[in-house]
Design a binder for this molecule. Structure first.
Ligand SMILES: [Zn+2]
Length: 172
């Protein structure tokens, strides 16, 4: 049976309790892909990240926790596959792609520091409620992600300290 995008999504949403592993299995079966142990191991280790991670972070995690090592290229390709399977959210930032396990499709909000480029997930029930009712005609929204840009606490403190140092220098 060939499913169109909408049916595929409905099928995915119909089984929210289904584990990530089962979802990966189903996706690979649908696409007639080889169910390699590497893919399952990468999925398991990515789950250990517990939040937002880069390929570098994942590489470190693989070095520490994986049963076998894979190349960076394999990690990149596998993350693309996981995105397609709806298992992972990809944040395409200017610095490097950041990923996160897609455990559900609820609206999510993030803050990105323009100085140190860190991305942090924020829990904003208000944003979530507002976004839940957001619909776009003729567009099938799969994820509702909001990015807010600004300065993180660390960078604010750093900038204040540097400004103080400058003032001191001017005075002396
Ligand atoms: Zn910062």
């Amino acid at each position: 049976m060939v499913m169109d995008k909408k049916q595929e999504q409905a099928a995915r949403q119909a089984q929210p309790t289904c584990s990530m592993r089962d979802r990966l299995t189903r996706f690979m079966e649908e696409k007639a892909m080889r169910k390699t142990p590497e893919r399952y191991e990468i999925l398991r280790v990515a789950g250990l990240a517990g939040g937002i991670f880069t390929i570098d972070d994942l590489m470190h995690l693989m070095n520490e926790h994986a049963q076998f090592q894979v190349s960076r290229a394999t990690l990149f390709n596998t993350m693309e596959l996981f995105c397609e399977a709806g298992l992972v959210i990809k944040h395409s930032l200017a610095t490097a792609a950041h990923y996160e396990m897609r455990t559900d499709s609820s609206p999510k909000a993030y803050v990105i520091c323009r100085q140190c480029n860190t991305i942090t997930k924020v829990s904003t029930s208000t944003a979530r409620l507002a976004l839940q009712n957001l619909h776009v005609r003729y567009f099938n929204i799969e994820d509702k992600l909001v990015y807010m840009h600004g300065l993180c606490r660390k960078c604010q403190a750093k900038n204040r300290q540097e400004a103080r140092k400058k003032v001191k220098k001017l005075k002396s």
